[in-house]
Write a protein that binds this ligand. Structure first.
Ligand code: SAM
Length: 264
């Protein structure tokens, strides 16, 4: 697991002893006293997103909502998810256990599902605040015994830009998964509505960026799977095949040269 500081001016953290060093490594400033006081009492900026420790994990609260409950990462994530999108995600990568790089980890739900279905998953998230949520939820649920040990062995999170991860890959026959943010509101089964609203408020959309990442991934991976809203066009043409539910489509790009390279 690697943590690195990527500049983040819009997020501050409330008092926390447990996550102080994680947040320092990520370059997120802790404000207020190290007491158990409510976040509204310690003078956090109303213009910034706030990371608050709650029940042993970090929560992210949008500006002006420091007193409301925020979003956080939970493992396993399934209480939020419709069955349809879960099974098409697993089907999109095929039955053979494989190494998959999830380059848009977010709150880790899809990465967890892929690891649970038998794949070895390396999931990376570039945003420091989202990564702080992800890793604090992952550590907390492992500590509480909520995570199956075998799944835990198959899943690794890091804070990294997806293109950098791709640069470091030297194996053939790998899978890449991309679930970028979309420019307009969409209904999305991987994350519940509140999570998506807050993510969009913090991050905006990364569609152009995602198309570039997909170009790179197609050169490196035997199979790339991209999650799209049902009615949105593919990020790039030449989709090999697609799997759909009513709300979500998975576009699958197969690179036969890399599959052959791996088996020869
Ligand atoms: C829609 S969310 C992913 C949700 C995720 N599939 C889940 O199950 O929680 C998209 C995430 O990808 C991250 N992201 C987008 N582009 C990225 C890139 N190039 N490298 C790393 N992370 C990226 C964003 O910061 C955001 O947290």
């Amino acid at each position: 697991m690697t943590h690195s500081a990527i500049e983040n001016h819009r997020v501050v953290a409330g008092p926390t002893v447990r996550f102080e060093s994680l947040l320092a490594t990520l370059g997120i400033t802790c404000e207020g006293e190290k007491s158990g006081s409510a976040s509204s009492d310690f003078g956090l900026s109303q213009e910034a997103f706030t990371l608050v420790e709650a029940e042993g994990r970090l929560e992210l609260r949008p500006p002006g909502e420091a007193e409301n409950s925020g979003i956080s990462a939970h493992f396993p994530p399934d209480r939020f998810v419709g069955k349809g999108s879960k099974s098409i995600l697993v089907r999109a990568f095929g039955k053979k256990a494989n190494v998959i790089f999830d380059l848009t980890a977010g709150l880790g739900g899809d990465a967890y599902r892929l690891a649970r279905s038998g794949h070895q998953v390396f999931a990376s998230e570039r945003d420091s605040a989202i990564y702080a949520l992800l890793i604090s939820g992952w550590e907390r649920d492992r500590e509480l015994g909520n995570v199956d040990l075998e799944v835990s062995k198959r899943l690794e999170f890091s804070q990294e830009e997806g293109a950098r991860v791709l640069d470091q890959i030297d194996q053939a026959d790998i899978g890449v998964y991309l679930d970028p943010m979309y420019p307009r509101p969409r209904r999305h089964k991987a994350l519940p509505k509140r999570e998506l609203q807050v993510l969009r408020q913090l991050l905006g959309d990364d569609e152009d960026d995602a198309a570039v990442l997909l170009e790179l991934a197609r050169l490196r991976a035997a199979r790339v799977v991209v999650k799209r809203p049902h009615r949105a066009p593919p990020l790039l043409p030449d989709v090999s095949f697609a799997l759909s539910t009513k709300l979500v489509r998975l576009d699958v790009y197969v690179n036969p040269d890399l599959m052959q390279a791996a088996s020869s």
